[in-house]
Write a protein that binds this ligand. Structure first.
Ligand code: SF4
Length: 584
C-alpha cells in the first residue's frame, strides 16, 4: 500500500530502545537520498563530530523499491570519518527489498553499543546480540556466522563490517550480502564507531502489488526493455570491466598512480581477458534481471597438503582500475587475489588501491622508507600488495594509521602531496579530463557518479566553462531524482522521464508526477546546505599537481580551464547550499 508519509525505524544502541516514527514529506523528498537528508537534517548533530555516538547512520529506500526491476538500491547516509561532513553511499544486494518487505522506508541507527553488537530488524522483530567474540572476524566469515545466527529466507539482507571498520579506517566499507558494498567515504567506520558489527534486515512481511491493469503491463514492458534491448546488454555481458580497453585507447585510464593514462599492458586486464581467464558466473541484486555482478575465481594451492582451493571474487571496472592498472598488476588472477583480501578486510577497493599506488611511488622516490611501509611495495607485486591491504586495515604503525585515514592526509605529513591521486577522496578510474577532475574533487560524494563529468569530457572537445558547469549541476540534480527512487544508475537509459512518470502513476504515486524537477532541486539544495553547514568550503579544494601533468585524448590537460571550472563549480555549490531565506 502506498503512503504519503515515511515509516522509519529508529534503533538506539545506547538505550536499547526502538521507535517507529512517521514523518510527512513524500511529495517534498520522495525517498532515498531525499529521505535520508530530511532525516539527517532532523536527527544529525551539526555541531558534533562524525564519531559522536548520537550521529545517525541511515538506510533509506524509495517509493518504487520492490515494484519494478532495478529499483533495487539503498541510500546509506552518515557523517563521514573521511572528512567529518555529511555524505552518502549506495548499495544493492538484498538490502532495499528486505527493507521494503520489513515495511520500512528507512532504518536509522543512533547511539553506541557497549560491546560489539549484531542487530536484527524486521517488521515484527528487533533483536541485538552481543558478538564481542567476533571482533577481528573478516567480512566473509562474519557473513557466514550471521546467516546462521539470523536464519531467514531470500528476503533477508546481511550488512556487516570487517576489521577495517572496527579499526576506524576512514575508507572502511559495509559489505552487503554477496559482492555488494556501501563502499565509499567510510560507512563501515560509521558502524564500527557504534560497536555495530552487523545489521540483518528480515523482510518478514509482504507488500501488496497494485491491482490495476496497467501495472503488470508496464512491469512487463520495463522488464523487456531491460533484458532484450541493447541498452543493458553491456552490463550483463562483460560488465563494466569492458571499459578498460576503450578508456586505454582514449588515454583516460589511470595507470601506475596516474603517471600514465594508457599502457600497452592494459589489454592483459581488460574485461575480455577477465572473462576469458576467470569468469565463473554473473550475479544480481534482488529484483534485477540484468545481473551486472561478475564473479571470477582464483585457485590457490596449499603446499602443505597439495590441496587446491577455489575462491570466488567479484570484479568490475573500478576495482580492476584501482588494484590492477594503478598498481601495474597485469595478471587477472593477481588482481582478484588483492580484491579478495580487500573484501575480507572490509575496505573500499578504490581507496585501497589508490592509497597503495601513492605509497609505492612515495617509496620509490624516497619520500618514505620501508621503516614506514613495513613491506617493500613494488609495481606489479601482488603478494606484497595483499600484505599491505592488511596493514591498512590493521595498522601496525603511525604511517598506516594515517594512510587509513586518507592518502592526502598521509601525504601532508610525509610528503608526496603532488602525486596523491585524491579528488575529495581517492580517485575513481577516469582520467578523462578537466570536467571529471573538478566534478569528483568538489562533488557532493566525491564520486564519479555524482554527475557524468567523465562522459562530458569524452564528448566535448571545446572548452565551455558555463556549459560544463550547467551540465554538472543539472545532471547532478537528475541523478538525485533517481537516487531518491533509489534506482540503479545503470538503468537511467531505460527509466526516462516519461517511463518513470508511468511507473509512478501505476503504483499510485501519480500525484508526484510533474514535481520531480522541483523535488530534485529541493534535495540538491538541502544536501549542500547540510555539507556546507558542517564546514565544507569547496573553494578551498585543491587538485593535486599530478592531474595537471596528464595527457588525455584531447592533449595536455589545460590548467587554466581546470582552474576556471574549479572556481566556477565552487561558486555554484555555495549558491546551491546557501541558507534558506525566511519565506522558504
Ligand atoms: S544492474 Fe547490477 S548493480 Fe544494478 S541492480 Fe542490477 S545487479 Fe545491481
Amino acid at each position: 500500500m502506498i503512503r504519503d508519509f515515511f515509516r522509519v525505524m529508529m534503533v538506539n544502541l545506547t538505550t536499547g530502545k526502538t521507535t517507529i516514527i512517521e514523518r510527512p514529506g513524500r511529495s517534498e523528498y520522495l525517498g532515498g537520498t531525499g529521505l535520508a537528508a530530511r532525516l539527517f537534517e532532523e536527527f544529525g548533530l551539526m555541531d558534533e563530530d562524525w564519531d559522536h555516538p548520537e550521529q545517525p547512520v541511515i538506510f533509506a529506500i524509495g517509493p518504487l523499491t520492490g515494484y519494478y526491476p532495478l529499483m533495487s538500491k539503498t541510500c546509506c547516509a552518515f557523517r563521514s570519518p573521511y572528512h567529518n561532513e555529511y555524505t552518502e553511499s549506495y548499495a544493492g544486494g538484498k538490502s532495499a527489498l528486505s527493507l521494503r518487505f520489513a515495511d520500512l522506508d528507512a532504518l536509522m541507527i543512533v547511539g553506541k553499543a557497549k560491546r560489539l553488537t549484531a542487530l536484527c530488524v524486521g517488521s515484527r522483530v528487533v533483536e541485538t546480540r552481543d558478538v564481542e567474540y567476533m571482533r577481528g572476524f573478516d567480512a566473509i566469515h562474519t557473513g557466514r556466522v550471521l546467516r546462521k545466527m539470523f536464519p531467514g529466507s531470500g528476503r533477508r539482507s546481511i550488512m556487516r563490517i570487517g576489521p577495517a571498520g572496527e579499526n576506524l579506517s576512514a575508507y572502511a566499507c559495509i559489505n552487503v550480502d554477496t559482492y555488494r558494498h556501501f563502499g565509499r567515504m567510510g560507512g563501515g567506520t560509521a558502524m564500527g564507531v557504534k560497536n555495530l558489527k552487523a545489521i540483518c534486515v528480515l523482510g518478514d512481511r509482504g507488500f501488496e502489488l497494485p491491482q490495476n491493469k496497467e501495472y503488470p503491463k508496464l512491469y512487463k514492458h520495463i522488464y523487456e526493455q531491460l533484458t532484450t534491448t541493447e541498452m543493458m546488454s553491456k552490463y550483463h555481458g562483460l560488465g563494466t570491466a569492458v571499459n578498460i580497453n576503450p578508456l586505454n585507447e582514449l588515454k583516460s585510464l589511470p595507470w601506475k598512480n596516474l603517471q600514465q593514462t594508457s599502457s600497452p599492458e592494459a589489454e592483459k586486464i581488460s574485461g575480455e581477458k577477465f572473462a576469458d581467464d576467470t569468469l565463473l558466473r554473473n550475479a544480481a541484486c534482488a529484483g534485477c534481471p540484468v545481473g551486472c555482478i561478475h564473479v571470477g575465481f582464483v585457485r590457490e594451492q596449499f603446499q602443505a597438503n597439495n590441496q587446491y582451493l577455489y575462491r570466488q571474487v567479484g570484479y568490475d571496472y573500478e576495482p580492476i582500475f584501482s588494484c590492477g592498472g594503478m598498481l601495474e598488476v597485469t595478471n587477472t588472477g593477481d588482481v582478484l587475489r588483492i580484491l579478495d583480501v580487500i573484501e575480507k578486510e572490509g575496505l573500499d577497493n578504490m581507496s585501497s588501491g589508490v592509497a597503495m599506488a601513492w605509497a609505492t611511488e612515495a617509496l620509490e622516490k624516497g619520500v618514505i622508507s620501508e621503516k614506514e611501509t613495513v613491506v617493500k611495495l613494488a609495481w606489479g607485486d601482488a603478494d606484497t600488495y595483499m600484505k599491505a591491504v592488511e596493514l591498512i586495515s590493521r595498522p601496525p604503525n603511525d604511517f598506516y594509521k594515517l594512510l587509513a585515514s586518507g592518502t592526502l592526509k598521509c601525504a601532508e605529513v610525509y610528503g608526496g602531496e603532488d602525486f596523491a591521486c585524491v579528488l575529495g577522496q581517492e580517485m575513481a578510474g577516469y582520467a578523462t579530463g578537466e570536467v571529471f577532475a573538478v566534478s569528483e574533487a568538489l562533488g557532493f560524494r566525491h564520486a564519479h557518479l555524482d554527475s557524468g563529468g567523465y562522459s562530458y569530457d569524452q564528448s566535448h572537445e571545446e572548452q565551455d566553462v558555463e556549459g560544463a558547469l550547467d551540465f554538472l549541476v543539472n545532471d547532478g540534480r537528475d541523478r538525485i531524482v533517481i537516487n531518491s527512487m533509489v534506482g540503479c544508475l545503470f538503468s537511467r537509459g531505460v527509466y526516462k522521464d516519461d517511463l518513470l512518470a508511468e511507473a509512478m502513476e501505476a503504483v499510485g504515486y501519480g500525484g508526484l508526477n510533474g514535481k520531480m524537477a522541483e523535488i530534485g532541486e529541493r534535495v540538491q539544495k538541502l544536501k549542500w546546505r547540510l555539507r556546507i553547514g558542517m564546514g565544507y568550503a569547496p573553494a578551498a579544494v585543491k587538485i593535486p599537481k599530478r592531474y595537471k601533468e596528464i595527457t588525455t585524448w584531447k592533449g595536455k590537460l589545460d590548467t587554466d580551464y581546470l582552474e576556471a571550472l574549479r572556481t566556477g563549480y565552487a561558486a555554484r555549490i555555495m549558491e546551491l547550499g546557501a541558507p534558506l531565506k525566511e519565506e522558504e
